[in-house]
Write a protein that binds this ligand. Structure first.
Ligand code: ARG
Length: 457
């Protein structure tokens, strides 16, 4: 590439500083697919003969096999994946290889490789997200009758079922899947043919190239096409939010697995011990996932900052998009895999959940609503029950142990049916508006998710 323009080779230290092949070799498959489609277009435009085209195709296929069998020698002095493959091709098939870069620059080439890579990873991450949601759904199905306190501010609030909690997690991961589908729409655009930034005087059929490479659309402005890394930012955001959701799930599982809660236990296979304290059983998989989320945010910040205020079209800064992207992809793939494997093994302590959910204070709101149904304004009912709860705390008696006579002193509307208020089944059965945790609702949601997610392969 330097031949012609430069008299001396780049300084060794400059080569080492600027090479990217040590990490962008991962794009080889997309680079080869792009080159194969580009060669076909050049042949159609009669820039190369059919024989040359066939040679290029065969050469690229052989190089791919070499790479995949680990026999390919990556050469750092050749800067990046594109130059490595081009050089290997020319070496293998001779002068025909030197025609491949006609009407193409590494600027549109790298944009293409990145889009193909992100498209594939959207599919892969989506399928792992689906496995995770199936694992959550299986747990939800198994625990429909397990009641548990719902918490706000990490304080006992109102009764729900464990299934309702799990279905809530599925909702969040479904939004993540939806975000990925949306990100795919803007990623699925062919940049190849944009050249360095101004296309080329050699006109290729870009629509046909797009079809061959499986793109639904073709970029409409060559300068923007080599500039644009929005799809990387968006994808990193999608991955960061998956991390966010995994970190919140992790946090719940970690807290619930403490002796203080005792709701859950991680199995041996997914727990770690302490090098010092023999009794320890630590939830390291969940803790690591919570921690790794920080890196996912960092990677997103990194690409946003890198692209900020860049002059238009291609700048070498853009090479720095790869490490954060690869790191986030690897991190999220691994985290989703761990969770899908770990969740089915989770030991659920129904009794502890049940015991916690029978705390009569969880029904204080139900008690206020009992009065509302008999005609008392909610604010007034809230006050009556609030002072009752305070008095119970003072006297050290449970809210459901207050006699009817005592209750009647606070409101004549209290009656014998007040006992039902403290029955958890009764409480849940009344919570039947859309989205609330009645058993009927939970069962319907499980059915809906099952139809949507299937049972898995
Ligand atoms: N390795 C470069 C990157 O990742 C490829 C494009 C290089 N283009 C250039 N004009 N130097 O962005």
């Amino acid at each position: 590439m330097r031949k012609g323009r430069f008299n001396t080779p780049a300084a060794e230290i400059a080569q080492r500083y600027s090479e990217s092949v040590s990490f962008d070799w991962r794009l080889y498959r997309y680079d080869i697919a792009g080159s194969t489609a580009h060669a076909a277009a050049l042949a159609r435009a009669r820039i190369m003969t059919r024989a040359e085209h066939r040679k290029i195709e065969g050469g690229l296929r052989a190089i791919q096999q070499q790479i995949e069998s680990g026999k390919f020698q990556w050469d750092r002095s050749r800067e990046d994946v594109h130059m490595n493959i081009e050089a290997a091709l020319t070496k293998r098939i001779g002068p025909a290889g030197a025609k491949l870069q006609t009407a193409r620059s590494r600027n549109d080439q790298v944009a293409l490789d990145m889009r193909l890579y992100v498209k594939d990873e959207i599919t892969e991450v989506s399928s792992r997200l689906r496995n995770l949601r199936r694992a959550l759904l299986n747990l939800a199905e198994k625990h429909v009758d397990v009641v548990v306190p719902g918490y706000t501010h990490l304080q006992r609030a109102q009764p729900i079922t464990f299934s309702h909690y799990l279905l809530g997690q599925i909702e969040a991961f479904e939004r993540d899947a939806e975000r990925l589908r949306d990100c795919l729409v803007r990623t699925d655009v062919l940049p190849l043919g944009s050249g360095a930034l101004a296309g080329s005087t050699i006109v290729l059929d870009r629509e046909l190239i797009a079809r061959q490479l499986g793109f639904s659309r073709v970029s409409q402005n060559s300068t923007d096409a080599v500039s644009d890394r929005d799809f990387v930012c968006e994808f990193l955001f999608c991955l960061a939010v998956i991390g966010l959701h995994l970190s919140r799930l992790s946090e719940d599982l970690i807290i619930w697995s403490t002796s203080e809660f005792g709701f859950l236990e991680f199995t041996d296979a997914f727990s770690t011990g302490s090098s010092l304290m023999p009794q320890k059983r630590n939830p390291d998989m969940a803790e690591l996932t919570r921690g790794k989320t920080g890196r996912l945010y960092g990677n997103l910040m990194s690409i946003l900052t890198m692209t900020k205020a860049l002059p238009s079209s291609y700048n070498r800064d853009l090479q720095e998009d790869k490490k954060p992207l690869f790191d986030s992809v690897d991190t999220v793939r691994a985290a989703l895999e761990i969770f899908a494997a770990m969740l089915p093994e989770l030991k659920v302590n129904r009794k502890r959940m049940q015991a916690a959910a029978s705390d009569p204070n969880l029904f204080a709101t139900d008690l206020a609503e009992y009065l509302v149904k008999k005609g008392i304004p909610f604010r007034k009912a809230h006050e009556i029950v609030g002072s009752l709860v305070a008095e119970c705390a003072r006297k050290g008696i449970a809210l459901n142990r207050v006699s009817l006579a005592e209750l009647k002193k606070r409101s004549v509307l209290f009656d014998v049916d007040v006992a039902d208020v403290f029955d958890i089944r009764h409480s849940l059965s009344q919570r039947r508006a859309i989205g609330a945790p009645s058993h009927e609702n939970v069962a319907a949601q499980i059915k809906r998710w099952r139809a949507y997610l299937g049972r898995g392969d």
